[in-house]
Design a protein around this ligand. Structure first.
Ligand SMILES: NC(=O)c1ccc[n+]([C@@H]2O[C@H](COP(=O)([O-])OP(=O)(O)OC[C@H]3O[C@@H](n4cnc5c(N)ncnc54)[C@H](OP(=O)(O)O)[C@@H]3O)[C@@H](O)[C@H]2O)c1
Length: 387
């Protein structure tokens, strides 16, 4: 049984850190004034364009966030800028996506100015955030950034966090950072996490290191990704903090009902990844091009026709109406805007029910690469997912 622990107030920064935050706020304020003077506001759609949910930390998570997995360096910058201008306030990132910032910038943990100023050709997530802040229309406190701790970094949680924060252009204090865990092992292939018989270091140690980041005020909320209720329960037996968010695959072709209901009953918010069925990961995940796709599903298409919107918008609204946050990835400016607009649609109860009972259920991101039948800690998909 997981107890939801309220840690609002945890992570109060030290006085030196508070001074740094204050200096950052003053710089933001100046940027805002400069941006206003330059008339940057006309690029922005402002107002309450996206519903939010309250996390068990007291912070609010916007229910539509921009996914960035597979967004190439060079295109992710424009996508993030476009999204924030269009009204998004939630960006989902990960060091392993290779687009948080140029890898060679990694050692710049104590940079006084964002390295973007010296790396004008590097145009990735952190630089996009930096550009938007410099336009002065929205402030860093308004932006919710999720990032993730990858399998190869469980033994160096703090360094990995600082690296991400640096890559995100020094948005250390204003951004909600939700590191998520996967699996990790010692062995020759720590990147995939599938070599070696045991998860090492134990996940409880990884979680303790994440808790320390909250106490230190480095991150606002911590969560997990791709963990089953059984694995979360095991970690939390000795934990101080309940995860704020569980990020898992969810869409009408993989509702993840059991996990969703379990998390909801514990006060853990569910973020749905691959909400459109991840069509662009077909080759990576070795799905055949003609495999069933929620975007082409007849029920989804019928509801789209009824609402006068696109199938993608139906899928996004279904996730929002269900109470999850959803992370549609796009690098296309029209789709980026349309995907956010989907948040304000309303699906009628009978259509919602039809979308919530589609069979069969199939993962689009099955995690096969995390399984090693001979040597891995998870020898089958059912061991990985506890299903
Ligand atoms: N924690 C994890 O393990 C994990 C795993 C997977 C994903 N994620 C996160 O979740 C995000 C979303 O998942 P995903 O990238 O797998 O897939 P997704 O968002 O379900 O689908 C992305 C695909 O849909 C297309 N698309 C976007 N908007 C569309 C629209 N309105 N109409 C038609 N097609 C549209 C995109 O193309 P265009 O770009 O050309 O528009 C892209 O091909 C990821 O980017 C990542 O941030 C996390």
């Amino acid at each position: 049984m997981v107890e939801v622990k309220d840690f609002r107030g945890a992570g109060e920064p030290s006085s030196a850190e508070a001074a740094k935050i204050e200096a950052q706020r003053a710089a933001d304020e100046k940027a805002r004034a400069d941006g206003a003077a330059r008339g940057a506001a006309h690029h922005y759609r402002l107002g309450e364009l996206c519903p939010t949910a309250q996390l068990n930390t007291g912070h609010r998570i916007p229910l539509v966030g921009l996914g960035t997995w597979k967004s190439q360096k060079g295109e992710v910058h424009d996508a993030v800028v476009e999204a924030l201008r269009a009204g998004y306030r939630h960006i989902d990132a990960a060091a392993v996506y290779g687009n948080e910032q140029e890898v060679r910038v990694a050692p710049c943990l104590h940079v006084r100015r964002p390295p973007v100023m010296r790396l004008s050709k590097r145009v990735w997530v952190g630089e996009a955030l930096s550009q938007v802040l410099s336009e002065g229309v929205i402030s860093r406190d308004q932006i919710f950034v999720t990032s993730k701790l990858w399998n190869s970094d469980h033994h160096r949680v703090r360094d990995a966090c600082l690296k991400t924060l640096s890559d995100l252009q020094g948005l250390i204090w204003g951004v909600t950072w939700v590191p998520t865990c996967n699996i990790t092992t010692k062995g020759p292939r720590p990147h995939s996490g599938r070599s070696g018989p045991e998860v090492s270091p134990p996940l409880s140690e990884t979680w303790a290191a994440l808790e320390a980041l909250v106490s230190e005020g480095k991150v606002r909320s911590i969560g997990m990704s791709n963990f089953s209720p059984k694995k979360v329960e095991a970690i939390l037996a000795g934990a101080k903090i309940t995860p704020a968010v569980l990020q898992v695959e969810a869409h009408p072709y993989w509702r993840n009902d059991k996990l969703f209901n379990w998390a909801s009953s514990k006060g853990i918010h569910v973020t749905a990844y691959s909400p459109l069925g991840s069509p662009d990961s077909a080759a990576i995940m070795k799905r055949s091009a003609d495999a069933p796709s929620p975007l082409k599903d007849p029920v989804v298409q019928r509801v789209a026709e009824k609402l006068g919107c696109s199938p993608a918008q139906v899928l996004i609204r279904w996730g929002v109406q269900r109470g999850t946050s959803v992370l549609p990835k796009s690098v296309n400016s029209e789709r980026i805007r349309a995907n956010l607009d989907a948040a304000s649609l309303v699906i009628q109860p009978e259509d919602f029910q039809a979308l919530s009972t589609i069979e069969p259920q199939t993962r689009m991101v099955p995690g096969t690469f995390l399984v090693d039948a001979q040597n891995g800690p998870y020898k089958s998909l059912s061991e990985l997912w506890d299903e």
